[in-house]
Design a binder for this molecule. Sequence first.
Ligand code: GTP
Ligand code: MG
Length: 366
Amino acid sequence: MTQPFGVTQPLGVTQPASAPKADAPGADQSRAGGLRAEAPGGREPVGRRTASGQLGVAELVERARAGEPRAVARLISLVEDASPLLREVAERLAPHTGHAQIVGITGSPGVGKSTATSALLTALRTQGKRVGVLAVDPSSPFSGGALLGDRVRMQGHATDRDVYIRSMASRGQLGGLAWATPQAIRVLDAAGCDVVLVETVGVGQSEVEVAGLADTTLVLLAPGMGDGIQAAKAGILEIGDVYVVNKADRDGAHQVVRDLRSVLSLGAAADDWRAPIVNTVASTGQGVDDLVAAIEKHRQRLESTGEISVRRQRRARDEIEAIALTALRERFGDLHGHADLDTLAGEVINGSLDPYTAADRLIAAL
Ligand SMILES: Nc1nc2c(ncn2[C@@H]2O[C@H](COP(=O)(O)OP(=O)(O)OP(=O)(O)O)[C@@H](O)[C@H]2O)c(=O)[nH]1
Ligand SMILES: [Mg+2]
């Protein structure tokens, strides 16, 4: 499949936006740029190819770091497909991460997140920054179909080598943010992005989740999309580092700002960062420079106070915990029908063992 240069393999170009994605590791190897998921032996020396002619992980990482869009695309595919090579990908990316500023963009459906993302992208490129965009795919029936529109809006950047745009499917049961998103952010970070913009569909839990992923979280509101109080109910008014009242060209924008101000003044800020409110018309670019300035100010603030380390520490902790819990769950899954479990069950039944002690023994045997 040929792709516009500079765009990292937008998923689903050849399929409807709502098409289900295979979840099984390695299930979709036909995808453009997909490394063979079942590559034997895992590791390939730098510069070598597997028997099938595919690049090894080390080579992919080298190429991604050199800014080769296809290598970035392949690495994200490996992440997204939960490839058996994921461990090696993670290991080889690790030394090259920690540079990018991660900016989360959230808000109700239709508030203008994609338009604002695209406008931000343009502004950041003007500053010469290398930018990655992860659009977490709205798989809900609410905004299904928006993905294609998003992509079209982003097309203005399709030929830019310093821009990576990627859509990720959100898998309903985990809320909006795909579990793979943190790893995809790592890929973009290692590929030298100065800023990674993560747009999440503003339904379900995803608004809140994005705060855990980002250094700076933008919460978008707009007139006619439900007032500030409704947003407060959804819990998103606690997570913004910068609030954006978009569609400032529409009636009611002032009222949204007023509502927002009064709601925000109720909550005590954790540090003394007063989250600014920026007015934008994302569709024309009006106010976007102010938004870029507010994001930059927040970045400086994170660094001067050391809050950046606190956030990154929290993020890494969440990531490790999630991986460890998944691994544990898998190991426990294997125990079904395990001889030890049957023996212990027998002892519990005949009264020679209580179930708590049995559980302790089972855990000790893992
Ligand atoms: N009038 C006006 N329209 C805007 C503005 N920003 C975005 N829009 C329009 O609002 C609609 C929704 O914009 P999107 O950027 O797709 O919104 P979104 O939040 O990404 O939507 P989902 O991803 O579906 O949740 C589009 O028709 C935009 O053209 C703005 O500042 N003013
Ligand atoms: Mg969108």
